[in-house]
Design a protein around this ligand. Structure first.
Ligand code: AMP
Length: 307
């Protein structure tokens, strides 16, 4: 695997791959890889000739009091995970390479979809995401780009941006990857103390409880939200930030629940802010549920390497 740090180098590698008829698969990340990242890389490997992973802790998507300085890093382990997943090139620019003039004068803002859910407590977050993803799409060029459904709102926002700006990118949503006890994989799980780690699966348990109610016929959004709040209250280490039920594509709040929708939440667990969701489809009496997949493989060190 090659590691490239400049925009000129990665652009020319991608252009050359397309020139000879190759398909480019692109996985944007902030590093500190786990099984969720690995699954994106493996899906990209399966479907493309050149697989590029970007590894960039993007400062503009962190709020002033968030964990930019503490974001976990382990380049050696990331390199070996990406190599094992068959990645061809890791694009690892410096902040100066991406933002030579400091904070960019041009930003990309997606309206509506960025309101509420994570946007409520992280008001500048999605502009940071869409601006850096638009830059990365421009640098990598026409490709398939792989995003995890764990960040459900982010995936919807990136899809909308790509459609609205007619970007020559096929956005591919990939399954949410969990640990064996249901906790969604996240780089931020590294922040959890053993006691917090033991409590954290209650988030998924609460979502699963709501799914069970839906299967029993509950359709009132408020009752489902209340059941999640009550379930998470059983774990005092967890403080819910939001629980929302929104239509799958438009992210419009829905009540009663119907069609395809997401039940999403965010919670503070010690220093970590964790998100999780399940996607549900109701068609007549039929209820289908996408809770993601389990990959119980090693997640590497459980402590922050560079606090
Ligand atoms: P991050 O490095 O956290 O910015 O994530 C990079 C990509 O990996 C995003 O598309 C995330 O949605 C995806 N990702 C992170 N965690 C998971 C997970 N548990 N399952 C699936 N995809 C994930």
């Amino acid at each position: 695997m090659r590691v490239l740090a400049t925009i000129a180098e990665i652009r020319s590698v991608c252009e050359e791959a397309r020139r000879v008829g190759g398909a480019v698969g692109f996985v944007p990340t902030m590093g500190y890889f786990h099984a969720g990242h690995r699954s994106l890389m493996e899906i990209a490997r399966r479907d493309n000739d050149l697989v590029v992973v970007s590894h960039f802790v993007n400062p503009t998507q962190f709020g002033p009091n968030e964990d930019l300085g503490a974001y976990p890093r382990d380049l050696e382990r990331d390199t070996s995970i990406a190599t094992a997943a068959g990645v061809d090139v890791m694009f690892m620019p410096t902040v100066a390479e991406m933002y030579p003039g400091g904070t960019p004068h041009t930003t990309v803002h997606v309206a509506d979809l960025t309101e509420g859910m994570c946007g409520a407590t992280r008001p500048t977050h999605f502009d940071g995401v869409t601006t850096v993803v638009a830059k990365l799409f421009s640098i990598i060029g026409p490709c398939r780009a792989y995003f995890g459904r764990k960040d459900f709102q982010q995936l919807a926002v990136v899809r909308r941006m790509t459609a609205d700006l007619d970007l020559p990118i096929e956005v591919v949503g990939c399954p949410l990857v969990r640990e064996a006890d249901g906790l969604a994989r996240s780089s931020r799980n590294a922040y959890l103390t053993p006691a917090e780690r033991a409590a954290a699966p209650q988030l998924y348990a609460a979502l699963s409880g709501a799914v069970a109610l839906i299967r029993e016929g509950e359709r009132r959004a408020g009752a489902l939200v209340d059941s999640i709040i009550a379930s998470v209250a059983d774990a005092p280490a967890l403080t819910l930030e939001y629980v929302e039920i929104r239509a799958g594509d438009s992210l419009v709040p829905i009540d009663p629940v119907r069609g395809s929708f997401v039940v999403a939440l965010a919670a503070k667990v010690g220093r970590a802010r964790l998100i999780d969701n399940v996607v549900v489809g109701i068609d007549g009496d039929q209820v289908s549920v996408d809770t993601g997949v389990v990959d119980a493989g090693s997640d590497g060190p459980s402590v922050v390497v560079n606090p």
